[in-house]
Design a binder for this molecule. Structure first.
Ligand SMILES: Cc1ncc(COP(=O)(O)O)c(C=O)c1O
Length: 448
């Protein structure tokens, strides 16, 4: 165990099997977070760090928001839990109405799940239920995309395309899933915003429809901006083309907006930002500012109507749901978030700060070990030159940046940067300065 103040380290770190973590490395040299306020985190050594990834894209409205704490505490006192099957409480309906005011087109029917992964599973199941209700139960195939991330349940892992997440579990994945190519082209170097080239990659969907029969495909799912793999921004025209091909074959288009939802691009959803309306949309993370787990699935009205109309009155129309679907504490947190969004004009705030963040991010281009940078709105990815084996550079650089006082997530050899929307220019400056220090320290250690 490292030197320093160990008083905040529990007696044993062995029993907790940590998710997506190098457990052995962590337990040798733990990084424990003991407090969070605004844009800052404090670790067990008492060091203050700036949060450059909004947690895991979860807390864009700032840590320790009193309005959310109070709303959750009040809700717990009044109604701590009520079962969501064949019963309800007012808040979940009120929240659905508020969410539907922000969703694009007529995606006005709102289903709740527990997290992003369960939102994706729900979207997959609703697609199947919809086609079945309309007499098209032959549609069993799903189309995902290389480098996509849709959570870690079986459906999401199947349509996802990040190889390390998939390979151990290949034997239990969903049948009938086909992947399009990802949209990152070799010429996409140091581009802030949408690449000009690559829209034609959407024709992969047309080829898949031709090869497997468009009438057999239930849905195509993509993240409008692929987040977890390192901010792959869609080429201009790409999403529109996907929409056209889906319409041609009656394939549902699902946008997984678990990361891009609630302002990350500067619009409420990437759908509005890029002017393309999906049939189903998933959200999670920022819905509650990350403080209580919640997933949301927004569907077009005709999807809901088709599933409703297929069952007689009195029957359960969709045999799907979770014990924690839209529970009171999650709803209370999400309603408080809705108030913050409105009062603080959050989407415009993110939109106004985005050019400043993007400019700062791309100043890191001159560092020798930086291979590429991509960005859109309040998100960005910094690819490092791969060192010895894939993933090592990202992890080592993340640790050097942590020591330099900036916290974020690294995926493989990409640093994922997603500042909070409450950041002022001085916070963006601090993030960029500390990233420079951390990346340079990492690179010096390489040479030693
Ligand atoms: C696009 C996308 N979908 C789904 C998920 C899964 O969300 P969760 O970890 O809440 O299950 C994530 C998580 O990062 C995500 O980025």
């Amino acid at each position: 165990m490292s030197s320093g103040d160990t008083s905040k380290i529990p007696n044993s770190l062995q029993e907790h099997w940590m998710p997506f973590t190098s457990n052995k490395d962590f337990k040798e040299n733990p990084r424990l977070i003991t407090g969070a306020k605004g844009v800052y985190l404090t670790n067990h050594k008492g060091k203050k760090m700036i949060d450059a990834s909004s947690g895991l894209f979860c807390n864009p409205f700032g840590h320790g928001r009193k309005e959310i704490t109070e709303a959750v505490a009040k809700q717990l006192e009044q109604l701590d839990y009520c079962q969501p099957f064949q019963q309800g409480f007012g808040g979940s309906f009120e929240l659905a109405t508020k969410i539907s005011r922000h969703t694009p087109g007529n995606l006005n029917r709102i289903f709740y799940s527990i997290c992003g992964s369960s939102a994706v599973e729900t979207a997959i199941k609703i697609s199947i239920a919809y086609h079945r209700a309309r007499g098209e139960s032959q549609r069993f195939r799903f189309v995902g995309r290389e480098r996509g991330y849709h959570g870690m349940n079986i459906g999401g892992t199947s349509v996802g395309g990040m190889i390390n997440n998939v390979k151990t579990f290949a034997s239990v994945l969903m049948p009938g899933v086909v992947h399009m190519r990802h949209t990152h082209l070799p010429e996409h170097k140091f581009i802030s915003g949408q690449p000009e080239t690559g829209a034609e990659i959407a024709n992969d969907l047309e080829r898949i429809a031709t090869n497997f029969g468009g009438e057999n495909i239930a849905a195509c799912i993509v993240e409008p901006i692929a987040g977890s793999t390192g901010t792959l921004v869609p080429p201009k025209g790409y999403l529109k083309k996907l929409r056209e091909i889906c319409d041609k074959y009656g394939i549902l288009l699902i946008f997984d907006e678990v990361i891009t939802g609630w302002g990350r691009t500067g619009s409420a959803f990437a759908s509005q930002e890029f002017g393309v309306t999906p049939d189903i949309m998933t959200m999670a993370k920022a819905t509650t500012n990350g403080v209580v787990p919640m997933g949301v699935i927004a569907c077009k009205e005709e999807i809901y109507d088709a599933v409703m109309d297929a069952s007689p009155k009195g029957a359960v129309e969709l045999f799907h749901g979770y014990t924690y679907s839209g529970i009171p504490v999650a709803v209370a947190a999400a309603l408080a978030v809705q108030d913050i969004i409105e009062k603080e004009d959050i989407f415009n705030r993110a939109k106004e700060m985005a050019p400043y963040f993007q400019k700062g991010l791309f100043t890191l281009k001159d560092i020798d070990v930086v291979e590429n940078i991509r960005g859109y709105g309040m998100m960005g990815g910094i690819d490092l030159k791969t060192n010895v084996k894939p993933g090592k550079a990202g992890f080592e650089c993340f640790k050097a940046c942590y020591e330099a006082g900036v916290n974020f997530k690294a995926t493989g050899d990409c640093l994922i940067i997603a500042p909070q929307f409450i950041c002022e220019k001085k916070h963006i400056d601090e993030i960029i300065d500390k990233l420079r220090t951390g990346i340079l320290n990492y690179s010096k250690n390489l040479k030693n």
